[in-house]
Design a protein around this ligand. Structure first.
Ligand code: PLP
Length: 379
């Protein structure tokens, strides 16, 4: 059984979320229908909306269910900036960057923390729509949102927060709008939400049709995924402080072991998510590390994508000014239910893998797959 250390890609399902999704899946009605089964489905949808509103300092009418955070970010950038210049953090998720190709990118420092002076200077130039994430999915860097929100208020700017990572493990993020995602909380994939806490005016949907979600997002809502999202959020908020306290020492032990084996812990000067370590092995491509760890039964991910014969360095790490290290970093992200034994498995496997790869692969760059390694014998 693989040791799963890739929670920032998708958290394992939480039992309460699975139960809620299963119960919702058994319902027949469409929440838009007026008959009894429709009303039962509608009651479940309303209850999920109320749960999220309570957790996120919003009103039920502020919650627009979407298919996930990619859509929530795209909807925010489509609907809200009218007449404003758009400023986005340089390390935002691709779903934000792709939805705002001509936005001004706000610089970050070497730890991935947004430059508040640059933000203030850009905000002083006129009405703005600002999109900055609560925490980075690759590095775990937590952004100084209270200070940024104060700046945005002072300049009358709209603040959109991609709140996908770390939700429930710290204060509820500020912002006029938030994007959240079910499968990053331990719910099923297929549901997320755009939370519209600020004044929006008339809906400007990306997907028009039957007028669901008060005109903001047409389509029959995926009730099971939404019920799972609400239950996952409830569980994540309830367990957040205890999970933070349990995961941080495991994360620190992983960082210490990796540093002892020659890795560089990135973003180490920033406040970080308790579950995330971003580890660069100088001279060794990220994809080679991910493959070697996978063959040892440990699932992590790379900040670099390999395609067309080239390693594409992560835009996040590149924006942090990390040069070649941007193509040599892996992300280890502990899931909510990670055990000490799973952290130990990484700590036991990493030094030998790092030594072997540093010896074998240092040198020519490219995207050729390293020679396959022997699979560990089955226990
Ligand atoms: N924003 C961040 C910070 C993410 O990490 C992700 C997923 O990787 C997304 C947005 C997109 O979320 P979804 O998978 O729900 O579309």
């Amino acid at each position: 059984m693989a040791v799963y250390l890739d929670a920032n890609a998708s958290e394992p399902p939480r039992p309460l979320a699975l139960d809620a999704a299963r119960r919702a899946l058994a319902l027949t009605g469409n929440p838009a229908s007026v008959h009894g089964p429709g009303r039962a489905a509608r009651a479940l949808l309303d209850s999920a909306r109320e749960t999220l509103a309570r957790l996120l300092d919003a009103r039920p009418g502020d919650i627009v269910f979407t298919s996930g955070a990619t859509e929530a970010n795209a909807l925010a950038l489509h609907a809200l900036p009218a007449g404003r210049s758009v400023l986005v953090g340089a390390t935002e998720h691709d779903s934000v960057l792709a939805a705002a190709p001509s936005a001004t990118r706000l610089a970050v420092d070497r730890d991935g923390v947004i430059d508040l002076d640059a933000a203030a200077a850009a905000l002083a130039r006129g009405p703005a729509f600002v999109a900055v994430m609560a925490a980075n999915n690759e590095t775990g860097t937590i952004q100084p949102l209270p200070a940024l929100a104060a700046l945005c208020r002072r300049h009358g700017a709209w603040l959109h927060v991609d709140a996908v990572q770390g939700l429930g493990r710290g204060p509820v993020p500020p912002g006029d709008s938030l994007a959240i995602s079910g499968h990053k909380l331990g719910g099923p994939p297929g549901a997320g939400a755009l939370v519209l806490r600020g004044p929006t005016g008339a809906p400007r949907p990306l997907i028009a049709g039957g007028g669901q979600e008060r005109g903001w997002r047409a389509g029959t809502p995926p009730l099971a995924a939404i019920a799972g999202l609400a239950a996952a959020a409830e569980a994540a908020f309830a367990a957040g402080p205890a999970e933070t306290a349990r995961l941080a020492p495991l994360r620190d032990a992983i960082i210490a072991a990796a540093e002892a084996a020659g890795a560089v812990a990135l973003a180490s000067g920033a406040p970080l998510l308790a579950n995330t370590a971003c580890l660069a092995l100088p001279g060794v491509r990220a994809d080679a590390q991910v493959i070697a760890l996978d063959l040892a039964g440990i699932a992590v991910s790379a900040g670099a994508a390999c395609s067309s014969g080239k390693v594409a360095p992560s835009h996040v790490l590149a924006a942090m000014g990390l040069g070649a290290l941007a193509g040599q970093a892996i992300r280890v992200s502990l899931p909510w239910n990670a055990t000490a034994a799973e952290a130990e498995a990484f700590i036991a496997a990493y030094p030998a893998i790092a030594a072997r790869l540093a010896g074998a692969l240092r040198g020519p760059r490219g995207c050729s797959t390293p020679a396959p390694e022997p699979r560990p014998a089955a226990a």
